[in-house]
Write a protein of this length. Structure first.
Ligand code: ADP
Ligand code: ZN
Ligand code: ZN
Length: 762
C-alpha cells in the first residue's frame, strides 16, 4: 500500500510513501517520514492507495502518530481546494491550518507572559501612600507606578476596607508590556521599581481554557419587530440559497439576530462557526456570546497560545466538541462534526484576506466553500455587515446570494449626524490647531464635560509618518525597503512598517549636516500626545498595532473604554470595527484624505467603509451621535455619500466603474509577484514572465510594473496583473500559470527568484 502525504514544505503536490506491512494508516492521520537527505517531517495522509509510483524509489513511512484522523475528510478537501484555488502549495496550507503543537514531534511548548504586581508589603493603602511619597522625587518611576495603580485598579481600593479581600475581587492583572505601553515607561524605569521592591514580575502561562459558565438561553433578548422580520427573511432565504447577505445599518441589532440563529442551530444539534475579521472584535463578542452560551462556546484565534489551540482542535474532534466557535480567520481550519451555520460578521473587512505568507486566502470565501464541502449537513452561510463588499452586494443583487436588509437602528436611535470640516480652508486661515479643527475641539470638550466619550480615528500608527531635514528635505528611508521610516516617540526610534527594522534617530542630516530635523504628519502616537496636552484631565487610551501586541492589552483597552474608565480612545482602523460602546457621543475622523489617496481601485470602497464604520460607533444609546469628518476634499461625491450614509449611491457609482475598467466583480484578478535581490534580475525576469503569460492570455496581462512599494526586505518587486473575464476556465488558467512559473524557475539566472500569485487580491 502507498500513502499520498501532505508535507509542510513549500512545494507543489503530494508526496507518496510506502506503508510498511503491518502498519495501518488512513486519511487524516499524522505520520513521520524522512524527507530529502536528513530531514524528518510530520505529514498528513491525504489518501491511501495501491498505485506504485514509477521512476523513483519510494521511502517507507517511519511511524504512525494517531490512531484516529485528526483532520477530517471535509478539512482535507478544503485544504486541497485552497491550495488549488489560491495557487499555493498544499504544504503551506497545512502549515497555516494547524497549530504548531500538532505539527511537530515534541508537541507544544507553553508560552508565558510577564506580569507585574505590587510586592506583598505594599498591598495596603498605608504602604501605598508611603511608596508614592518616596517616589515623589523620581518623576518617571512615580508616573509608571501611578499608572500601574490605575491599570490594576489599586487606585480604587478603599482606604479602610480590607485590602486583601478587595484585591481578590477587584484587582486586575497587568502585563509588563501593557504597563510600558500605557505609562510610556522604559524597561529601566520598571527595573528600578523592582529594585525598590515595590513592584515584582512574575510569569504566567498564556491563557488556559476556562470558558465554563452556564448555558443560559433564557438570557437571549426578544427581537424587535423589524429584527424578527429580518430573522424570518433570513430563514426563508436560507431555504433557497446557500449564502445570505444581511445588510443592516450599524446598531440595528445584527448581533442579536445572530444570537437567535445560533440558538436555533443548537436546538437542531448543529454546530456554528462565527467568524470575525479581527481579534480586537472577538473580545467584545466573546463577552456577549459567553453570557448566553457559556461552556458551549469556544474561542479560537492566533493570539491564543499554541497549547490552547491544540486543546480546542482536539476538543472539536472529541465526543464533546464546542457547539459554537467564535474565531478570527484561522478558525475556518478547525474540524467540525456537524456544521450547520457559518456567520461571517463584518464580511466586508479586508483583514479576512491573508496577505502574507501563502496561502493568500480569503476567509469569507473559504467559509462559503467550507459550507459546500459540508453539504451533507446542509450548512448555510450568513454574511453580515453595515457596508457590504462590492462583490457580496453584487452577488446578492444578481440573485446568487439571498439579501435581507435592516434599515433602522435598535429602538429607533438616529444614525449619527456627520459634519464635514473643510481643512483646506481652515489651514488657509491658520485656524487648525495641529490635527484638530476648532469645531472638533469644542465638541470634544462639551462631550467630556457631560461625561460622554470620544473616539478619534487616525489611520496611521507611530508618532510621525515622516522625519525630514528642514534645510535640504532629506528623509530617512529603510535600507531594505523602498519606504520612508516612521518615527516612534516612545521607543525613540525610526521603524520600517514593511520589514520591522528599526533605526536610531539621527541627530543631524547626513546630506547637509543640519541638525534641524523635524517630524511631519500625524500618527496615533502624536495625536495621543496632543490630546493629552489639550485635555490634561481626560484619561486617554490608544489602540493600534503598537499597543495591542498582547491579548490582554486588547481586552483591557476595550473593557476600560466600555466601562467608562477611559474617556478618549484614539486608534487606527482597528477601532472602526463593530465595537459597541454606550457613551460615545463624538467621533472625529481626523484626516479622510489619507484614505482617499491610495493608488488602488478599491480606495473609495475602503474609505467609505472605514468612515461609515467608525461613524457608526457614535451615539449608540439614548442620544444621536456626532461625527466630525475632517477633509481637504469636501466636494468629493464620496464624502457626500458618507454623510448621507448612501451605500446604494456608492454602489451604483463604483459598480459602473468596475464594469468599464474591467475590475471585479466583472473580472477576476490575479496578481503575479516576482521578487529578487537584484533589481535588474527581477526586471528581466518580469519582462520574460510577461511575454510568456501573454502567449496564453494575450491582452489580459498588464505590466510588469513596479508596485507602489517596489522593494521590501531587500527584495525588489515587480507585479503583473491578469484580468480574467468571468466564465473563463480557471483550471486551465492555473495550469498555465504554474507551468510558466516552473519553466522560469528552471532557468539558472533565476535560481533565487521568487514567483507567487495573489488570487482575488484586495
Ligand atoms: P449591530 O451588530 O447591528 O451593530 P448590535 O447587535 O450590536 O447591532 O446592537 C446594538 C445595541 O442594541 C447593542 O447594545 C444591543 O445589545 C442592543 N440591542 C439590539 N437589539 C436588541 C434587542 N432586541 N433587545 C435588546 N437589546 C438590543
Ligand atoms: Zn539636510
Ligand atoms: Zn524595511
Amino acid at each position: 500500500m502507498f500513502a499520498d502525504l501532505i508535507l509542510p514544505v513549500p512545494l507543489q503536490g503530494l508526496f507518496t510513501y510506502a506503508v510498511p506491512d503491518g502498519m495501518t494508516v488512513q486519511a487524516g492521520v499524522r505520520v513521520l517520514v524522512s524527507f530529502g537527505r536528513s530531514k524528518t517531517y510530520l505529514g498528513i495522509v491525504a489518501r491511501v492507495h495501491s498505485v506504485k509510483p514509477e521512476g523513483y524509489e519510494v521511502k517507507p513511512i517511519l511511524q504512525v502518530m494517531d490512531a484516529a484522523p485528526i483532520v477530517n475528510e471535509a478539512q482535507l478537501k478544503l485544504w486541497l481546494w485552497i491550495a488549488d484555488y489560491y495557487m499555493s502549495p498544499i504544504g503551506d496550507v497545512y502549515k497555516a491550518a494547524m497549530p504548531a503543537g500538532l505539527k511537530s514531534e515534541d508537541g507544544y511548548r507553553p508560552k508565558t507572559e510577564t506580569y507585574i504586581r505590587l510586592t506583598k508589603q505594599y498591598r495596603n493603602t498605608t504602604a501605598l501612600h508611603i511608596a508614592l511619597n518616596v517616589l515623589s522625587r523620581a518623576k518617571k518611576q512615580l508616573e509608571a507606578f501611578t499608572e500601574y495603580l490605575a491599570l490594576s485598579h489599586w487606585d480604587q481600593v478603599e482606604e479602610d476596607g480590607n485590602a486583601e479581600t478587595q484585591m481578590k475581587n477587584d484587582i486586575v492583572e497587568v502585563t509588563r508590556e501593557e504597563l510600558m505601553n500605557s505609562s510610556q515607561a522604559s524597561a529601566e524605569t520598571i527595573k528600578q521599581l523592582e529594585k525598590r521592591q515595590m513592584l515584582e514580575c512574575y510569569e504566567v502561562e498564556v491563557g488556559r481554557l476556562n470558558h465554563d459558565g452556564e448555558y443560559r438561553p433564557q438570557l437571549i433578548q426578544p427581537l424587535t419587530a423589524p429584527q424578527q422580520d429580518a430573522y424570518n427573511s433570513i430563514l426563508m432565504s436560507m431555504m433557497k440559497k446557500p449564502v445570505t447577505l444581511l445588510h443592516g445599518v450599524t446598531g440595528s441589532g445584527k448581533t442579536e439576530i445572530y444570537i437567535h440563529l445560533i440558538q436555533r442551530a443548537l436546538e437542531r444539534k448543529e454546530q456554528v462557526l462565527y467568524l470575525l475579521p479581527e481579534i480586537a472584535l472577538t473580545v467584545q463578542m466573546m463577552q456577549r456570546l459567553q453570557r448566553v452560551f457559556g461552556h458551549r462556546l469556544g474561542i479560537y484565534h492566533s493570539k491564543y497560545s499554541d497549547a490552547e489551540r491544540v486543546e480546542i482542535w482536539q476538543k472539536q474532534l472529541s465526543q464533546n466538541p464546542y457547539d459554537v466557535i467564535l474565531g478570527a480567520r484561522s478558525a475556518v481550519f478547525l474540524p467540525f462534526q456537524h456544521l450547520g451555520l457559518v456567520i461571517v460578521d463584518e464580511e466586508h473587512e479586508t483583514s479576512y484576506k491573508q496577505q502574507d505568507p501563502a496561502p493568500r486566502y480569503h476567509a469569507r470565501n473559504v467559509a462559503i466553500m467550507m459550507a459546500q464541502l459540508n453539504a451533507q449537513f446542509n450548512t448555510k452561510v450568513l454574511l453580515g455587515t453595515a457596508t457590504p463588499s462590492l462583490e457580496s452586494y453584487h452577488n446578492a443583487k444578481t440573485g446568487k446570494y439571498g439579501l435581507v436588509e435592516l434599515k433602522e437602528r435598535y429602538q429607533g436611535i438616529e444614525m449619527p449626524e456627520i459634519q464635514v470640516v473643510d481643512v483646506a480652508d481652515l489651514q488657509h486661515r491658520k485656524m487648525m490647531a495641529g490635527p484638530f479643527s476648532p469645531l472638533l475641539l469644542t465638541r470634544m470638550r462639551e462631550a467630556l464635560e457631560q461625561g460622554e466619550q470620544v473616539i478619534l480615528f487616525q489611520n496611521r500608527r507611530g508618532f510621525a509618518p515622516v522625519v525630514e531635514c528642514h534645510q535640504c528635505g532629506w528623509v530617512p528611508t529603510c535600507q531594505h525597503c523602498d519606504v520612508s521610516l516612521t518615527y516612534h516617540r516612545q521607543l525613540n526610534q525610526l521603524t520600517c512598517h514593511y520589514c520591522g527594522y528599526t533605526y536610531h534617530v539621527p541627530t543631524e542630516c547626513p546630506c547637509c549636516g543640519s541638525t534641524d530635523l523635524r517630524t511631519r504628519g500625524y500618527g496615533t502616537e502624536k495625536i495621543e500626545e496632543q490630546v493629552r496636552e489639550v485635555f490634561p484631565e481626560a484619561r486617554v487610551a490608544r489602540m493600534d498595532l503598537d499597543t495591542t501586541r498582547t491579548r490582554n492589552a486588547y481586552e483591557r483597552i476595550i473593557s476600560d473604554f466600555s466601562a467608562g474608565r477611559t474617556h478618549i480612545l484614539i486608534g487606527t482602523q482597528m477601532i472602526s470595527k463593530g465595537l459597541d460602546f454606550d457613551r460615545v457621543s463624538v467621533v472625529g475622523i481626523l484626516n479622510a484624505d489619507t484614505m482617499l489617496s491610495y493608488p488602488d481601485f478599491r480606495a473609495y470602497e475602503h474609505a467609505f467603509m472605514m468612515m461609515s464604520q467608525v461613524a457608526g460607533r457614535a451615539g449608540r444609546k439614548k442620544k444621536r451621535g456626532l461625527v466630525i469628518l475632517q477633509t481637504k476634499q469636501k466636494d468629493l461625491p464620496l464624502i457626500h455619500q458618507v454623510v448621507r450614509n448612501d451605500y446604494t449611491g456608492l454602489y451604483k457609482n463604483l459598480i459602473a466603474e468596475r464594469q468599464v475598467f474591467h475590475y471585479p466583480p466583472y473580472y477576476r484578478l490575479v496578481y503575479v509577484f516576482l521578487k529578487h535581490r537584484y533589481d535588474h534580475t527581477v526586471h528581466t525576469a518580469a519582462e520574460e514572465m510577461g511575454t510568456r503569460l501573454r502567449h496564453w492570455f494575450g491582452g489580459r496581462v498588464l505590466g510588469p510594473d513596479k508596485p507602489a512599494v517596489a522593494k521590501v526586505k531587500s527584495q525588489n518587486i515587480r507585479k503583473l496583473v491578469i484580468k480574467l473575464e468571468l466564465g473563463i476556465d480557471m483550471k486551465k488558467v492555473r495550469e498555465y500559470l504554474l507551468m510558466e512559473q516552473q519553466q522560469m524557475l528552471t532557468d539558472k539566472r533565476y535560481s533565487s527568484l521568487i514567483i507567487y500569485y495573489d488570487v482575488d487580491p484586495l
